[in-house]
Design a protein around this ligand. Structure first.
Ligand SMILES: *[C@@H]1O[C@H](CO)[C@@H](O)[C@H](O)[C@H]1NC(C)=O
Ligand SMILES: *[C@@H]1O[C@H](CO)[C@@H](O)[C@H](O)[C@H]1NC(C)=O
Ligand SMILES: *[C@@H]1O[C@H](CO)[C@@H](O)[C@H](O)[C@H]1NC(C)=O
Length: 301
């Protein structure tokens, strides 16, 4: 860590600062720090003072992003004593006390993320500023997403593919892709930040195939899959239609034969009736009933 070198440098700085001004000054070497959950992190806080360190007092507070209005005291150094917050006991410690106010947090949790303030006092010296601030982000890789499908896989039906991921910081991006025959990305409807679905209407045999949902952030990508098989009800329908057509055709043929038979019978009957009509004609004169058979006869001839 080169701590002795740094201490020498700081001593020099302290002397230099003493010549310039009598106020204690805190500087943060970083304003934002990121850590992957579970890893350790060093939160840096340097101070320059020209007074002896016997009355040095350091307080680190943390305001969680989730509840910024209720900060906790992470760790305190006061007259040589160190007090840690119960929630961090065994995980937090100073790394260079009393020369530096840096702290280390081991086995980081998501709840460790927040705004950290380092306050340093070294009476009787005044502080200007005696406080520094940094932001800690705890990153989490996306968890394995859960893929689901729902709907009607008969041709013409509609299917919904849904995908949800339990965690990930930053919030994972969700994508749906169809993988075969060629890879295409699908339009997604987000339901909240952590789940997204794809609606496929009027499915056909081309809809069948392997679908992938991916959840990704800076730490990586996790995938889940749905293998969709659309039942070719279209083929079943067309054979049904064919059967129907054949049935209609044979029925039509039968009807035609019947019609021919009836016509023939009718015609033979009409001839008799025609002759009868001719005889009646003289007695009753023209009327429609008598004319109809003759018209029918002409049209069938
Ligand atoms: C953090 O872990 C390191 C190595 O495992 C250990 O040396 C250090 O003392 C731990 N710090 C605290 C504050 O527990
Ligand atoms: C469904 O798809 C078929 C062919 O893929 C098409 O002929 C038909 O018009 C579509 N129906 C609707 C309601 O979009
Ligand atoms: C998807 O399902 C089809 C038919 O059920 C099968 O032939 C194919 O191997 C499956 N593909 C994968 C990647 O599981």
């Amino acid at each position: 860590m080169g701590a002795p070198g740094r201490h020498t440098l700081w001593t020099l700085c302290v002397c230099f600062a003493a010549l310039q001004t009598n106020a204690l000054r805190v500087t943060m070497r970083e304003s934002t720090v990121e850590v992957v959950r579970g890893d350790y992190v060093i939160l840096p806080c340097s101070f320059f003072t020209s007074s002896p360190l016997s009355r040095l007092n350091i307080i680190w507070t943390m305001a969680p992003f989730s509840s910024p209005e209720s900060p906790i005291q992470v760790i305190v150094y006061d007259h040589g004593q160190i007090i840690e917050d119960p929630s961090l006991i065994g995980r937090v410690g100073f790394t260079g006390i009393p020369w530096s106010a840096d702290i280390m947090v081991n086995d980081t949790h998501v709840s460790d993320a927040g705004i950290y303030r380092c306050m340093v006092n070294n009476p009787p010296e005044t502080a200007d500023p005696g406080i520094g601030e940094l932001q800690l982000t705890v990153l989490v890789a996306p968890s394995l997403p859960a893929c689901q499908w729902d709907g009607d896989t008969d041709a013409g039906g509609s299917v919904t593919l849904s995908c949800s991921v339990a965690e990930g910081i930053p919030t994972p991006e969700i994508h749906w892709d169809k993988l075969n025959p060629e890879e295409i990305s699908l339009p997604i409807n987000m339901e909240g930040e952590l789940s997204g679905s794809v609606q496929i209407v009027n499915v056909s045999s081309q809809t069948s195939g392997l679908y992938r949902c991916s959840a990704s952030n800076v730490l990586g990508t996790e995938n889940c899959y749905v293998n969709l098989s659309v039942f070719s009800a279209v083929a079943g329908n067309s054979s049904g239609i064919l059967q129907g057509v054949l049935l209609t055709l044979s029925m039509s043929l039968m009807l035609l034969a019947l019609l021919v038979l009836m016509t023939w019978l009718h015609r033979t009957g009409q001839d008799g009736r025609w002759r009868l009509s001719k005889e009646e004609e003289d007695e009753e004169g023209y009327n429609e009933i008598r004319y109809t058979p003759s018209l029918m006869k002409r049209s069938f001839v």
